[in-house]
Each structure stands twice: as C-alpha cells, then as structure tokens.
Design a protein around this ligand. Sequence first.
Ligand SMILES: [Zn+2]
Length: 333
Amino acid sequence: MKRDKKILIILLSIFCILAVVGTTLHFTKDFFFPEKEVETPKTESQILEEKGIILVNKESFVQEANSLLEKGYTADEINNIYEYMSEKNIQSILANEYVDLSQFYQISNFDFSKIDRYKAYQALESIEMKDAVTRVNLNLDEPFYQTIETIEDPSAVTVLVNKSHALSSDYVPDDLVAIPSFPSLQIKDDAVNDFENLLAAAKLDNVYIIPYSTYRSYDYQNRLYNGYLQDDPVEVVDTYSARPGHSEHQTGLALDVRSSTHWSNLTDADYEWMLNNSYKYGFIVRYPKDNSTITGYKEEPWHLRYIGIEHATKVHELGITYDEYYDLYLTEH
Ligand SMILES: [Zn+2]
C-alpha cells in the first residue's frame, strides 16, 4: 500500500510539473511570438478601386479592367471608356492594342472599327471630329456608291435609302395605297393620312400642292436613270437622279410635288411654306440646299420624304440632313 501511494504521489508530481512547465512555455511563446491578426486578403475589386477605377456592375468588369490596365490605359481612361463607350466598342477596345481615345468619348456615334478612317478624314477635311465621325459612318470619305450596305428593313418608315444604302431590285412595299385626292398615285399606307393633312393645311395658307411622282418601281427607276444617261455624263446624272435600288421612291415614302402654277417644282413662296410646315405632317425636304456633299444630290425643293411626325420634327429642329439624323439617332454603334 505504502509503495503504491508513493508511486501515485510521484506520478501526480510529474503531472503537476509538466502542467506548470507547459503553461509557462505557452505564455512565454505568446509573449515573445504573439500570434499575428489574420488579415483578409484584398479583393480584386478593392485593388481596382484603390487605383481610382470606378467599379461597374458587370460580371466581367474586373477581368476587363485588368486587361485594359495591362494594355496601358490609365484609371481615368478606363472610367471614361465605361461611362461613354457602347458595349460593342468596349469589346473592340479590349480586342486591340492601346489607342488614345480622348477625342472620342463624347461622340455618341463613334465606332471603334472606323477610328483610322475618322482620323484620316478629319485631318484631310479640317472639320470637327464629331462631324468627321458622322460623315465616315455615312461612307462619305469614299466616292459615292463605293460601299453599298443592304437595307435590312426596307418597309420601315424610318428606312435610310441613299448612295450607300440600297434596296434590293425585287423590293416592292406591300402596303401601297392610292392617295385619295390623287387616286392615280400610290404611296405607302403609313404616309397617306398625313399627306392629305399636309395638302389641306397648305390649302388653308393658299399654297396649292400637287404630287406628280410618288412610288416608283426598281425597273421604272432603272429606265429613268438610263434615260438621263442619254443626255448627261454619269457624274452629272448622279447629282439629280438616283441609281436603281438607291431611290427613296421605291420605298413608297417619297413624293415629288409641284406648285399648281409650276410644271415640276415649287415656287419660292410654296417652298418656304414647305420648309417651315411639312414636318408637322411627318415630311421633310430630303435634299436641302448646301448639303450635296452629304446627300449626294443638289437641292430638290420638290422631293418630300415621309419619316413620321416625331422624327420629322426633330430633323427640322436640328437642321440636319436625314442621313446624319439616321446615323446619330437611329443607328446603334
Ligand atoms: Zn423625288
């Protein structure tokens, strides 16, 4: 018994010593080597924010911003890109090497894929960059009829038909109707009521308007254009007649009108009335003076184009051609 007690005391003593030593060692270690507070690593978004980049709510933003930083874009440039550029442009910017975009942030119809053409045309013409952008978008840095884009929706009231936007030879509007007060002439159904309203309003102001050429088929335009070529060289004909497929008359939305006292044109007074009032009924004078470098046609007081009251009013207020309006306000870039 005595011996067992001794062993027990020894064992207890060893345990106590170990406990004391262990505790002492533990505190000593904490004293000399305090455990560091565990820092949570910074997120990639936080790193970008610290660089001055404004975060954008877009799944791939962190990856895109880092890619732009690698290409050499500054935080300010990246912020401008995401504030002003379309998604299509952002993807093009990401797919290319660094380009100084400072001239283009504020230009809503900027298209990255044409940046070299913009710069070249702006330098050549000494015009403002925003004008160079619109004109290049309309392919005006090239000779007329060089680049031809096919029109996707020829039946749209807002359709753009010009020397670089063509209708197919078999396009015929499916909603042509006779103009009630001139039943031998057809236009698109969308335009007919507003045209009658225009005639009535003009009459109240003692302006007597007579339409004489409205819808024209591709074949008719082809004969007309080739007929003109019998009399004039092509570069002259092109200033007053559209090549087949490029005439607004094929859409059923264009009308040539005359004064009752004139065989094919408007008198000055009637033209004045038209310039000041036609927009109220959805029509614009499509080829105004001093715009032949944009429209490709000399002034045509007689040629009206229906685009609807809302757009006609805006075109009138802005005082720009429909080609420019279409690029600026009706085209996604
Ligand atoms: Zn015409």
